[in-house]
Design a protein around this ligand. Structure first.
Ligand SMILES: C[S@@+](CC[C@H](N)C(=O)[O-])C[C@H]1O[C@@H](n2cnc3c(N)ncnc32)[C@H](O)[C@@H]1O
Length: 205
């Protein structure tokens, strides 16, 4: 199925790019995760019923709609570009027309990821190369603060993980890599998913 055909199935429009121009080089352009990669990854990776996913830099919402449609779990997209988030809102209207049977909420917040207050029931955080390492570190710091308030199993899913991001997670955070899935053909050598997990501390008896 082509990208456009899959969009049609979900009744959304998520193809194409949007550059930020020179506004802020720390913010990366809009480009959706390829459906072929999403299909491959989510054929293997499964969510739990009580998971809540946040897509940081959710763009026009492709990942959010894909997960919501497949798993019927709560998904929140956080996007900082006003034009792009408007497209996600429009997509939500058309997507929802035939999805009254799905119970879980799907939400989009117009916000900067680095300033976003992490809800303490969010369990899984998706990143497709949305911003600079400096901003990523701030978002991870916010996630860890939420973990301190409410210890629970957390997972990070990175699509197209750049080496500096992986090194940062490995050397400076308590997250551990649990899975890696290459998606050859999509985005060359960085076309892969890497999953990291953080477990609650268990108290010894
Ligand atoms: C590569 S796209 C990924 C889109 C989507 N997650 C997907 O995989 O299909 C990155 C998105 O992050 C957004 N973005 C960049 N910096 C951001 C920030 N600081 N806070 C929130 N969104 C940001 C961009 O506008 C863009 O839409």
């Amino acid at each position: 199925m082509t990208e456009k055909a899959y969009d049609k199935k979900l009744q959304i429009q998520t193809t194409g790019l949007r550059e930020w121009g020179k506004k802020d080089e720390a913010y990366n352009r809009y480009e959706a995760t390829p459906y072929s990669a999403l299909k491959k990854f989510f054929a293997i990776y499964k969510f739990k019923e009580d998971d809540h996913v946040i897509d940081f830099g959710s763009g026009r919402g492709r990942v959010a709609f894909f997960i919501h449609d497949k798993f019927d779990i709560p998904v929140t997209g956080v996007e900082a570009n006003d034009k792009t988030i408007d497209e996600a809102f429009k997509n939500k209207e058309t997507y929802m027309k035939k999805r009254g049977h799905l119970k879980a909420p799907i939400m989009f917040d117009f916000a900067l990821a680095e300033q976003y207050d992490i809800r303490d029931d969010a369990t899984c955080f998706y990143f497709f190369n949305p911003f600079s390492l400096r901003i990523f570190k701030q978002v991870i710091h916010n996630i860890l603060r939420s973990f301190k308030r409410n210890e629970r199993t957390l997972e990070l899913i990175l699509y197209y993980p750049l080496p500096s991001f992986k090194t940062y997670i490995q050397n400076h955070t308590p997250f551990e890599m649990i899975n890696k899935l290459p998606t050859p053909g999509d985005h060359g050598k960085y076309g892969k998913f890497v999953v990291y997990r953080l477990e609650p501390t268990t108290e010894s008896e």
